[in-house]
Structure formats: C-alpha cells, structure tokens
Design a binder for this molecule. Sequence first.
Ligand code: HEM
Length: 168
Amino acid sequence: MRWLYFLSVWLHVLAAAIWVGGMIFVALVVVPVIRRPELQGAAARLIHFTGVRFRWVGWACFVLLLLTGLVNTLARGIAWGDLLVAQFWAGPFGKLFALKLVVFALILASSAVHDFVIGPRAVAVWQERPGSTEATRLRRQATHLGRLNLFLALLVLALGVMLVRGAP
Ligand code: HEM
C-alpha cells in the first residue's frame, strides 16, 4: 500500500505541475508572443491550436487529480463512511478538504465555460471579424476567465500543501 500512496501523491503533484505550469506558460509566454506585430496574421490560429491542444491536457490532468486525490484520501485512512459524518468535516483536515473540493468544483465549472464555450467562440469571431467589438468583448471575457482559473489554481495548490502540513 505504501508504494501505491507514494505513486498516487507523485502523480497528483505531477498533474498539478503540468496544469498550473501550462496555464502560466500560456499567460507569460504564448499571449505576449502573439501580441507581436509580425504575428498578427497568425495570432488567432495560434491561440486556437494551442487552446485546443492544452484543453485536452488540462482535462486529462483534472481526471488524474480527482482519481489520485481519492487514492490519497483513502491512503490517509479516511474511509468512504467518514465522508458521510459531519464530525469529519468539522475537523481541521475536513475543513481544508471541503474548501479544496469547492475550489476544485469552481475550477471545473470555469474551465468548462472557458474551454468549451467562451474560448472557442472568441477565437471563431476573432478569425471572422478580427477588429469587431464582439471579438474584443469575447477575447476579454476569455482572458478574465483564464485569469480567474489561474487564481483558483494557485489557491487549490496552497490548499493541497495545507492538507499535508496543516494550515499556517
Ligand atoms: C486542481 C486540482 C488539484 C490540485 C492542483 C491539487 C494539488 C495538491 C498538492 C500540491 C498537494 C500537496 C502534495 C504534498 O505537499 O505532498 C495535494 C495533496 C492532496 N490532495 Fe490535491 N490537488 C487537487 C485536487 C484534489 C482533489 C480533487 C482531491 C480529492 C478528491 C485531492 C486530495 C488531496 C489529498 C488527500 C492530498 C494529501 C496527500 C498526502 O497525503 O500527502 N486533491 N494536492
């Protein structure tokens, strides 16, 4: 069981690193690069192809985080039955865990809207009518959702570290 716990935490941290690292790469590298004047003609297509590719990487990470998160929980000796008892959620670990699951649910919701609704619509209008107010509005909405996701990612990371070491 010890090696399974070790493998699960390792995969959990790896999935977190790929997802959070990927979002930071997009924000700090891809977005500034596509703003260069010499790339204006290709910017929308670059964001489209990068976005579609990272979408699948991101959702694969979410599935891995959920599965390894459950294994981590069970490996800590928390049984399914404990999750149905109010006393568990009233304790310090239970409170952090509940908060982490709420933030994870928010991440799934905002990622779904960004990845499958606003993002694709913004890129489609951006390609059809690059200078239109609708393209600008949708791109701004996609950017705001992306930034919200990055903020939630940093929050859930902190909650993960607190789960292991206790709240500061
Ligand atoms: C975006 C989603 C998530 C991220 C970024 C994330 C990140 C992390 C990180 C960084 C740690 C600390 C690892 C360490 O310091 O050793 C951790 C621990 C943990 N996470 Fe997550 N996590 C996520 C989702 C989840 C979910 C959905 C669950 C439960 C279903 C979960 C359950 C746990 C547990 C139980 C631990 C403690 C592991 C241990 O015993 O060492 N996590 N998480």
